[in-house]
Design a protein around this ligand. Sequence first.
Ligand SMILES: *[C@@H]1O[C@H](CO)[C@@H](O)[C@H](O)[C@H]1NC(C)=O
Ligand SMILES: *[C@@H]1O[C@H](CO)[C@@H](O)[C@H](O)[C@H]1NC(C)=O
Ligand SMILES: *[C@@H]1O[C@H](CO)[C@@H](O)[C@H](O)[C@H]1NC(C)=O
Ligand SMILES: *[C@@H]1O[C@H](CO)[C@@H](O)[C@H](O)[C@H]1NC(C)=O
Length: 903
Amino acid sequence: MVEMLCGVLLLVVLCGDLTAGQTCQANALRRDCGYFGIQEPECVQTKGCCWTPTEGQPWCYYKTSPLSVYHVDAVMPNKLGTKITLKVSGSTSSQFGDLISPLTMDITMESDERLHVKIHDSNKQRWEIPTDVSPIGSVPSSHPANPLYKITTAKKGEPFYFAVTRASDGEVLFNTSHSDQPLQFADQYLTLSTTLPGTESIYGLGEHKVALQLKRGQTFTLWNFDTATPPNLNLYGSHPFYMDLRQSGKAHGVYLRNSNGMDVVYGNNFLTYRVIGGVLDFYFFLGPTPEGVVQQYQEVIGRPHLPPYWALGFHQCRYGYPNVEALSDVVTKYAANKIPLDTMWTDIDYMDGYKDFTLDPNNYPLSKMTQFVEDLHNRSLQYVVIVDPGIKVDHGYKPYDDGISKGVFVKDKNGNVFTGKVWPGVTAFPDFFNPMAAVYWKDQISTFYSTLLKLDGLWIDMNEISNFCNGQCSGSSHPEELRRSVDDGLKFDPNNPPYNINNQGTSTKLNIKTLDMDALHHGGVMEYNSHNLFGLMESIATCSALESVREGKRCFVLSRSTFPGSGAHTGHWTGDNHASYDDLYYSIPEMLSFQMYGIPLVGSDICGFNGDTTEELCSRWMELGAFYPFSRNHNVKGAKPQEPYEWSSVAAISRKMLGLRYSILPYYYTLFYKASRPVTTIPSATVTRPLFFEFPTDNNTHSIDRQFMVGSGLLVSPVLEQGSTTVKAYFPAGKWYDVFTDQVATTSGGTTATLDTPIDHIQVHVRGGSIIPGKGTGLTTYDSRNTDSTLVVALDNNGKASGDLYIDDGETVSTSQWMFLTFNATSSGSSGQVISDIAGQAGDLLKIPPLGVVKVLGVGGSPSKASYNGAAISGFQFNTTNNVLLLTGINADLTSSFKITWE
Ligand SMILES: *[C@@H]1O[C@H](CO)[C@@H](O)[C@H](O)[C@H]1NC(C)=O
Ligand SMILES: *[C@@H]1O[C@H](CO)[C@@H](O)[C@H](O)[C@H]1NC(C)=O
Ligand SMILES: *[C@@H]1O[C@H](CO)[C@@H](O)[C@H](O)[C@H]1NC(C)=O
Ligand SMILES: *[C@@H]1O[C@H](CO)[C@@H](O)[C@H](O)[C@H]1NC(C)=O
């Protein structure tokens, strides 16, 4: 372990002896002291630096200084916490730049569950994320009554550290007193470490394609980057948040509110942040349940957006549909094969020369596209297209001309429009820091909507920002000599920070496949600081434009790049995956991680994007994908077609699994509603969740990421290996019923079972104690919403169950007509009851179909009759072999409380 870490170039601070004065450390990370062509005498004699010719490294480099330590200079308690001043004792020079001194640490006890610790320059405002981009939650006016935490800090005159402990049991959650890795706060290098017990489980720090539970000995780099998702490397979004689950089953969360590039090193007994700008702005969430941690985090970054109901239906997309006829053909084949489909998508193929807000006049001509979209809408289907941020530099192309006249494009360091290269060729990029950019973006979307396509949502891709060039492509980019000659010590150089984060695992430059770091946004904001925010800012502008253009209908936006706060505006797909069993598996930890990041509407490209899928893989993927919150089949150009009707077997599987999905969408939609709600009497919730969210004290669940839960009531256990027809499924404590057969799988749980799972099947179990609201199925969400409601009541070992249901029109922003129902069942012997209660309601009574069917699992005795509000229910069936009671034709009005009894 130690050897491996010391082998990593950047971890010199961990391993080298830096306390023995300045020395030349050729094997440590070298900070360049020379310029292109410098010779040894000048380097050593004139500049006092070190000289070691080595391929691929600076030959002339600075000596490394000993680590200086901050001491506590003053401690000033205030209403909500404490302000502490820190000063460096001794030399401020350090390996990665002069240490800033004094620093201020503001400790704010924001609530019983939330502690805020911010370390910043006492004298100068540094870069911080604007709160209208990524919010910070509300701060109370009075000290919390019973904080779940204690914070300890060094006393005046002592070397600085702080530690956070859990008040209830004294467990240390975060302790920066790590003598080898003290706080270092230079302009472009901020580092802080916490010790860890070594038995914790850590989750988060995305976006990466990794197991749900993070492995020790890895560096998690956060720097938004467009790549076809290799494991471990930094991907499209950045989420500097982790959850730490202890063996006790108690969890807490840590959010570093910082948008700069960073490495987070997770070792055996420590976690180290290495950040290249901004401030150290930490939030601690005390849980103590995992679900509680997520909800407390979302109180800071913003609650998730409630998507329109149709967004939970099935989606079909492909890069490479050649023309509008091909789109129609897909829709026709879905209908002919009776496979549910709600939304048809088009990738960049529809554009004229890949220019945003245009239609290809030959293959996607306006007249045919208008007909096509109208036909979709007539069938209650939706249409979504892709839009990229890159606007083609092309005089006479209105989106470009408008952007120039409004001055809303990102600039280069000289104040000229920054130009990159993306699909349409040379492009400029809207700068969403400029308030006019939102207006500009809305104008483009509005014109597109009113003159070309009545689209229902937008898919925003390439927003890392992805660029085919490394930095500016046209004209002169920055020659190496230029960069070297301005490196006269440690002046702020965005293109050459003294510490290189592990971008793409190779410490490659920050401008690889994106903008130059000195590109300028409105207000002088440098790309260096704001790079990770672009996707979030584009999501905000796009959702708001859609809601205004589509007159109060909820936006549907799907973004590749995300940041804390994105969930309030957009969903996310996990990018360019492969048609492989590995990526089938990774889709589960990715989906579950995004639930923690507050972006519940997430899913991976079903059947795989890159590469040819197979009948077997696509079968398994349709089975699993039917349970993703966002469920879309998407394929790359040139690969084998993979719409589910391409194989009769996959078509049948899709009818079965999507049929089940559509019949439980009221359950999903209720979860989305609860996800979008602040914590009140109606409990907030994640949509899908790891098993440990529900069973945190069962440490068998802590590493499970090949199974997951939907809400608290459904357990999904897919086959993820080629050729396998069994699943090894873990059942946590409780009674579990098979949703397909209603059979009891286990009455006690805490067991692993090997379940026969032939190619046309996936294991889905309902947890005893749950009531799952549903509907009849349908080929669209519109049709299924018009069917009668259903309830599946899965009694636990005590004969009890509960559940809830949210109903609204499914599309209006801040709808004024809604209802939230709770259901409770109790039973004893052969008698029992389900009662409903209207727990929340607004506006007039909704016109909704009645409750038609109630199915009760695990009924005791042998009941012979049932009634609804005292009147007999004629559709009565009791199956004595599996103890299932089926009541049909109930016709219960959901808009008033009811009672259904059996005996
Ligand atoms: C933090 O760690 C230091 C060094 O190991 C230790 O002396 C101190 O007691 C710890 N503080 C807390 C609150 O655990
Ligand atoms: C859509 O429905 C309207 C109203 O029934 C009808 O007039 C129109 O022709 C339909 N459009 C298409 C493309 O079928
Ligand atoms: C669960 O925790 C106990 C101690 O509380 C430990 O002995 C056991 O090894 C842990 N099991 C797993 C799977 O981590
Ligand atoms: C139903 O059960 C839930 C949780 O089990 C409980 O909070 C609620 O008060 C119950 N409602 C009624 C009407 O009994």
